[in-house]
Design a binder for this molecule. Structure first.
Ligand code: SAH
Ligand code: DHB
Ligand code: MG
Length: 216
């Protein structure tokens, strides 16, 4: 048996979760209040948030682009890993989600590091400058991922990071008759990532599977 055959069970996830920097009261309240407002409970979890922060701190990221703000959970988490003059551009198509996120961001200690862009990521990404981003986090409509990836490769500096949520397709990656209509799009995108020679990438099995790619 190679170490790569080691079985990761729900117990392992609970174990590593208990050994990860916990969710602070501000983000816990954001998560709970968003759900009360009818916003889908699909924010990243604390272990994945910590992982993204570790990556951003390790590369000394100053400029980050996020596609899919939702309630602002991942945006605030990532902005906390940036220096005081860092900037995180986050893009959201839903006015309701963007309004909730903006209100929370305003009340957060990283308000000065986050810009919320309301609109379709396909339009907004095209307005951002080439080669200026240290990392891009994709977490919006899965059918859009291939186009967001192309933008990401243009927007990132060499050795910048491509981070992509939901590689495990909401737990349906291997389902014979998936219920989520986005599952086929995730499967197609995973093949694109695996074949992408401009990146070195791996799926990290945290949360619902998180692609980490470095621009070569
Ligand atoms: N990153 C967030 C979760 C994002 S959920 C977190 O972890 O906290 C996905 C979000 O993408 C939803 O709010 C949805 O409205 C948004 N979205 C979907 N299609 C989009 C598009 N074309 N452009 C921008 N945002 C989009
Ligand atoms: C869904 C979307 C996400 O980005 C996620 O992390 C979990 C679930 C969804 O559309 O169901
Ligand atoms: Mg997601």
């Amino acid at each position: 048996m190679s170490v790569e055959d080691s079985a990761v069970t729900p117990r392992h996830f609970a174990y590593l979760g208990d050994r990860t920097r916990p969710e602070d009261p501000f983000l816990a309240a954001l998560r709970a209040d968003a759900e009360k407002e009818g916003i889908p409970a699909i924010s990243i979890g604390p272990a994945q948030a910590s992982f993204l922060q570790i990556l951003l701190r390790a590369i000394g990221a100053r400029t980050v682009i996020e596609v899919g703000t939702l309630a602002g959970y991942s945006a605030i988490a990532m902005a906390r890993a940036l220096p005081p003059d860092g900037i995180l551009h986050t893009i959201e198509i839903s006015p309701k989600h963007a309004a909730f996120a903006e209100e929370r961001i305003r009340r957060s200690e990283v308000a000065g590091r986050i810009v919320v862009h309301l609109g379709d990521a396909k339009r907004i990404l095209a307005t951002l400058p080439d080669g200026a981003a240290d990392a891009i986090f994709l977490d919006a409509d899965k059918a859009g991922y291939p186009e967001y990836l192309e933008h990401g490769l243009r927007l990132l500096r060499p050795r910048g990071l491509v981070l992509v949520d939901n590689a495990f397709a909401f737990g349906e990656l291997f389902a014979e008759t998936p219920k989520d209509r986005e599952t086929p799009a995730v499967r197609r995108f995973n093949e694109i990532m695996a074949a992408e020679t401009r990146l070195q990438s791996v799926i990290v099995p945290l949360g619902d599977g998180c692609w980490v790619g470095v621009k070569l």
